[in-house]
Design a protein around this ligand. Structure first.
Ligand code: PCA
Length: 322
């Protein structure tokens, strides 16, 4: 080695040494900053930074700004980013277990949602682990309700509506209701409503507020149809590169985030319905005609799900139902 090279190598080692001790992780997420999931991830990142004494710094890139929602899982899997968040029901076509928390009225209150999570998360963890991903935690959205530009008294009022869907099940539900589904990400919703691509949706009070639903829609039907979840995953190789203390701190912060996220979700429901109301949205307690039709659609979808679920899918449903 020449003298110059030795000096350069020495300088490089000094410059690189601190970087090797402290890791900085980019974290893509799909939803806007004010959404409670994103707020919770912000708290999680702050918790990780503090509990690792700055050894792990997670930088959150919200609203699909680093990777679009459908790309986030692939990006974490391939190691382009070490960590990310996505909607678990987006994987409904990958395995039946991912379709369960968007089946209408299978688990429509928080007690049932907790039970469904307990029955299905081990399987979800197992499937993701085979793909090199570790599920750090998952958090539910508030119960899903129907947003429209007019009151919906019976299912026939949904006929022909241009309906915003967010996964295979919401697409199917819209079809069965006689509506015309289009899959659109939350980040693109204001534009989609403004340009008339869609005129109705089913989502949480949280997403209604974050997209300022009152700019385009007038009625929220509190159907409480299902309680779907987001997951936060880490690339296993990236996790393995952390020292044991940092790994533990990350997992501990994740379990605090999960607990906090479920509590935030419960509190969101009434709080965000109040915000919708304050901004002029009419809050509708759905009538029996609409509810019985939606429940009928739920039964049809559960039967379709059972046909595709396979033995391990059916076993999960049994475990949940017991
Ligand atoms: N908001 C997300 C998923 C479920 C929800 O409440 C969305 O509308 O895409």
């Amino acid at each position: 080695m020449t003298m110059v090279r030795a000096i350069v190598a020495g300088i490089m080692a000094t410059v690189l040494a601190p970087a090797a001790l402290a890791a900085s992780w980019d974290m893509p997420t799909p939803y806007p900053d004010a959404t409670f999931h994103t707020v919770n991830i912000g708290k999680f990142a702050a918790d990780v930074k503090q509990s690792t004494g700055g050894a792990l710094d997670i930088k959150v890139h919200s609203a699909g700004s680093l990777f679009k929602h459908p790309e986030i899982k692939k990006a974490v899997r391939s190691g382009q980013v070490p960590i990310g968040e996505f909607f678990l029901g987006l994987l409904a076509n990958e395995h039946a277990v991912f379709a369960m928390d968007t089946l209408p009225f299978l688990a429509a209150d928080y007690g049932a949602a907790r039970k469904l999570a307990d029955a299905t998360l081990p399987k979800i963890q197992e499937i993701l682990a085979k793909q090199g991903l570790m599920l750090l935690y998952s958090v539910p959205w508030p119960p899903q309700g129907l947003y429209t530009k007019k009151p919906i008294a019976s299912i026939s009022d949904m006929k022909g509506l241009k309906f915003r869907a967010y996964n295979a099940n919401t697409t199917r539900m819209a079809e069965l209701a006689g509506a015309v589904p289009t899959q659109i990400e939350v980040a693109d919703l204001p534009q989609a409503f403004a340009t008339g691509r869609v005129d109705a949706m089913i989502t949480s009070p949280s997403t209604g507020v974050s997209t300022k639903a009152w700019d385009f829609l007038s009625h929220f039907h509190h159907t409480q149809a299902w309680i779907p979840k987001n997951g936060v995953v880490v690339n296993q190789r990236a996790f393995a590169r952390l020292d044991a203390a940092t790994q533990k701190a990350l997992k501990d912060a994740a379990s605090r985030a999960e607990k906090r996220g479920w509590e935030m979700s419960v509190a969101e429901t009434d709080a965000k319905i109040a915000v919708l109301k304050k901004n002029g949205v009419t809050i509708v307690t759905p009538g029996s005609s609409l509810m019985s039709s939606l429940k009928g659609i739920g039964r049809t979808m559960s039967n379709e799900w059972k046909k595709k679920a396979g033995a391990d899918g059916l076993a999960l449903l049994k475990a949940y139902s017991q």
